[in-house]
Write a protein that binds this ligand. Structure first.
Ligand code: FAQ
Length: 314
């Protein structure tokens, strides 16, 4: 057995016995590469995900809703920072990762390429998108890479508040006027299927899943988590009178879970290739933020350098 094979065997044994992999531990280059890919996509999703909701801060219908939305959008920025920081422990700086995003060479979640047309969309995002994120991230809180798992624990706690504020918005609207009910239903009609796509392609079409499951980066496949999300969410919809836009949706008494219809995978691949409704707008918003915020970065760098010089001189 070669030295590398021996290291790989020990690495897998560590994973199989549930020991976390930490930044200074030996790891296969492919493990590092796969994690960097997945975590950076996740970090990008958090900061691009601020855009559709940030769009509604000035138009929130009450001060209470506005404060909650500001806090939520700020939380998403924090999540991005935690995940960029944990990705850096694998050896790639956040500047390199963000550069790839701005050049259109990195992915982020499909869901943020849909527009937020009215206030009900903010409720639907909190309820469905954060709901889907929680199902996925609760699993990631037990992932084999220590820094990612620890970031997820805090993130999941915050996502739970986001989910509750989204569901509360939807419940209130479903208790409101005929027009408000129609707006809430319309938002769910538009966000339901893209939310199911957030879990990624079916296991049979997911090129990365098998290896990620072996390394326990993923603890469950994409289909298992999608099903878990559906089983949790449909009763919540029923409780407030929302109809899930799926004619094939049916409870199966035997499996004690829902059967459901077909995802339009063509739409999914089209969106993640950059051809969704808002891909160009989202990327441009990040490019503008980078350019317009450069003076802040420059000032912060100059300040820290000045502080360092002062300390050295003292
Ligand atoms: N969108 O082989 P798989 C949030 C790509 S956070 C775009 O199954 P994998 C919080 C995939 O990258 C939401 N692309 O890949 C929030 C790969 O392409 P590549 C983000 C997708 O990695 C709420 C190809 O398809 N969460 O919402 C998507 O094993 C509200 C083949 O796919 C995370 O990122 C997609 N949905 O599984 C923020 C969680 N799905 O790289 C603001 C961490 C797949 O070969 C407001 N990530 N692709 O070019 C994961 O759990 C996994 O990476 C999956 C994909 C499950 C997303």
């Amino acid at each position: 057995m070669s030295e590398t094979e021996k290291l790989e065997k020990e690495f897998q044994e560590k994973i199989d016995s549930g020991i976390s992999i930490e930044p200074k531990d030996w790891m296969p280059e492919m493990y590092r590469k796969q994690l960097t890919r997945m975590m950076s996509q996740h970090a990008h999703s958090e900061i691009v995900g601020m855009l559709p909701e940030g769009n509604w801060i000035t138009r929130a219908p009450s001060l209470r809703r506005k404060v909650a939305l500001i806090a939520k959008v700020q939380d998403e920025a924090g999540h991005g920072l935690y995940i960029y920081s944990s990705t850096e422990t694998l050896g790639t700086s956040r500047y390199e990762l963000i550069d790839l995003l701005l050049k259109g060479k990195a992915k982020y979640s499909n869901i943020f390429n849909y527009p937020t047309l009215n206030w009900a969309d903010i409720g639907a995002i909190g309820w469905l998108v954060d709901g889907a994120a929680i199902v996925n991230q609760t699993m990631l809180a037990k992932t084999s890479y220590g820094p990612y798992a620890r970031a997820m624990i805090r993130i999941c706690k915050e996502e739970n508040f986001h989910h509750k504020q989204g569901y509360e918005i939807m419940a209130d609207m479903m208790n409101g006027t005929k027009e408000q009910k129609a707006m809430a239903q319309d938002a769910v009609n538009r966000f339901w299927w893209p939310s199911l796509m957030m879990f990624g392609p079916s296991d049979k079409d997911s090129p990365h899943s098998a290896q990620l499951l072996k390394w326990k980066v993923k603890k469950h496949g994409n289909d298992f988590l999608r099903q878990r999300f559906i089983d949790r969410t449909v009763p919540q919809a029923e409780a407030i009178g929302i109809k899930i836009p799926d004619e094939k949706l049916k409870y199966n008494e035997e499996t004690r879970s829902y059967e459901w219809g077909d995802i339009d995978w063509e739409e999914f691949y089209n969106v993640i290739k950059g051809n969704g409704q808002c891909n160009k707008e989202r990327l441009q918003a990040r490019i503008d933020a980078e350019e317009n915020g450069k003076w802040v970065q420059d000032a912060a760098t100059a300040y820290s350098e000045k502080k360092k010089l002062k300390k050295e001189a003292a």
